[in-house]
Structure formats: C-alpha cells, structure tokens
Design a protein around this ligand. Structure first.
Ligand code: AP5
Length: 218
C-alpha cells in the first residue's frame, strides 16, 4: 500500500515481551503490503555485527532494560523518513517521550498513527512462550523450539535468543508495565487503541487481526 491510497495504515503494536508483536507484526505487514520495523530485532542485529550502536545496546539488552529515548527516536526518524506508505511499528513507542516524538514527527509530515494495538496475554503464558522461543539469526523469523530446528523461512539453524532468560524476561516485563503502560493509556485516551486477546493459537490471532485491519482498508 502507498500514500496514494485513501487510507495508509500506520499501526503501532504494543504488548509485553512474548505477546506476539514480532510474529503478528511481520504477518500483518506482509499481508497488507506495509513497511515493518522491529526495533528489538534491529538492535539484536547491531549487537551481532559489533557496530558502535550494538556495543552500546548489548549491556542494556543483557539486563532487559530500555535504550535511551533520544537514541531510539533518532533511529526512528531515520527509518520513518525512508517510508513512502503505511507501516507497522513493533516495539516503538515504548515510553511517553517516544510517543511524543512519534506524534510530533508524524504531525510535521501531515501523518498520524491510525491504530495502536495492545496484544494481551497473561503472565504465565508469556513465560511459557519465552522458555521455548527460538529466533533465526539470518532473517529474524521467530517461533517455538519444539517444532523448529531450522528456520522455515530461510533454512538457517535457529537459536534461543540471548535475552530470553527468565530473569531478563522479568526485567523487561517490569519495564513494560512501568514505561509502556502509560503509552497504552495515552492511545486509549486518544481513541486509537484496539485491545486484542492474543492467547489463541498463532494462526487464529493472525487471521483475526488481519480481518480487523482489512476492514479498515475498505
Ligand atoms: P523486543 O525484541 O521488542 O522485545 P520485547 O518487547 O521484549 O518482545 P519480544 O520480542 O520478547 O516478544 P514479541 O512480543 O515480539 O513476541 P514474539 O512474536 O517473538 O526488544 C528487545 C529489547 O530491545 C528490549 O528489551 C529493549 O532493551 C530494546 N528496545 C527495543 N525497542 C526499544 C525502544 N523503542 N526503546 C528502548 N529500548 C528498546 O512471540 C514470542 C514467542 O511466542 C515466539 O516463540 C512465538 O512463536 C510465540 N507465539 C507468538 N504468538 C503465539 C500464540 N498466539 N500462541 C503461541 N505461541 C505464540
């Protein structure tokens, strides 16, 4: 989809760690022809390539903290400036300063967030997903270890994520409640929030989400 369409969709995906933001974000963007950015995947790539950004990010990712807002906003400004149509953002904004930045950047370009989606999954289910998660180091596909030793998308050997210890997950979850909770409340107040039960099997959640946004396009 491009800006020449009547309603370019700009979707922000919110939710705790392992709620399915990456899984659903890639699916939605692929099926609706939208741009897609996972800030977490971008940071993990930088860590693995030992870039300056990666060296700065590594200790923060290791303890499950958030990177500084100003740094993340610069990364987003660069990415947004290269988009020509709608998109799905997975992992941004994660704090009120990031939400302010996004609103201001979009307003300055005559754009706005269309919907914010809050994926809701109980804590125990999140922990179970984290225990079994694997990620493809080549194409960033992510799934459950029980079923996949090789990436179904590109065939590379899949691995557990370095930040998927239970302690790291707990830290990320705390940061989510403390810093991202207010962002969800902000989108609710603005009438842009869609809360979505994301406990059903992955394909079911994908179909329902896709149906919800396909409606928004007509
Ligand atoms: P990020 O990668 O965004 O981590 P996160 O928010 O903790 O989320 P996860 O990637 O853990 O989970 P997800 O919701 O994407 O779930 P997934 O689809 O993988 O960020 C990592 C770090 O980067 C942050 O901690 C922070 O340090 C930093 N960072 C990133 N953005 C930042 C920002 N804006 N500001 C500051 N710092 C930032 O699914 C999880 C598993 O469950 C998978 O195995 C999947 O197959 C499975 N699954 C998914 N859906 C279902 C389902 N319906 N049923 C069963 N299994 C399912």
């Amino acid at each position: 989809m491009s800006d020449s369409c009547a309603r370019p969709l700009r979707i922000v995906l919110l939710g705790p760690p392992a709620s399915g933001k990456g899984t659903q974000g890639r699916h939605l963007a692929g099926n609706l022809g939208l741009g897609y950015l996972s800030t977490g995947a971008l940071l993990r790539e930088q860590v693995e390539s030992r870039s300056e950004l990666g060296k700065l990010a590594e200790p923060i990712l290791e303890r499950g903290g958030y990177l500084p807002d100003d740094l993340m906003c610069r990364i987003l400004a660069d990415w947004l400036g290269r988009q020509s149509g709608g998109w799905v953002l997975d992992g941004f904004p994660r704090s009120l300063p990031q939400a302010d930045f996004l609103d201001e950047w979009l307003a300055a370009h005559d754009q706005s967030v269309t919907f914010a989606v809050s994926l809701e999954v109980p804590y125990e289910q999140l922990v179970s997903r984290i225990r079994h998660r694997v990620e493809c180091p080549e194409c960033r596909w992510s799934g459950q270890a029980d079923f996949n030793k090789h990436c179904p998308a590109c065939g590379a050997l899949v691995l557990p994520r370095a930040d998927d210890s239970e302690e790291n997950f707990n830290n990320r979850h705390q940061e989510f409640l403390r810093l991202t909770g207010p962002v969800i409340a902000r989108y609710q107040d603005a009438g842009k929030l869609i809360t979505f039960d994301a406990t059903a099997p992955q394909d079911e959640v994908s179909s329902k989400l896709l149906a919800r946004f396909s409606e928004a396009l007509v």
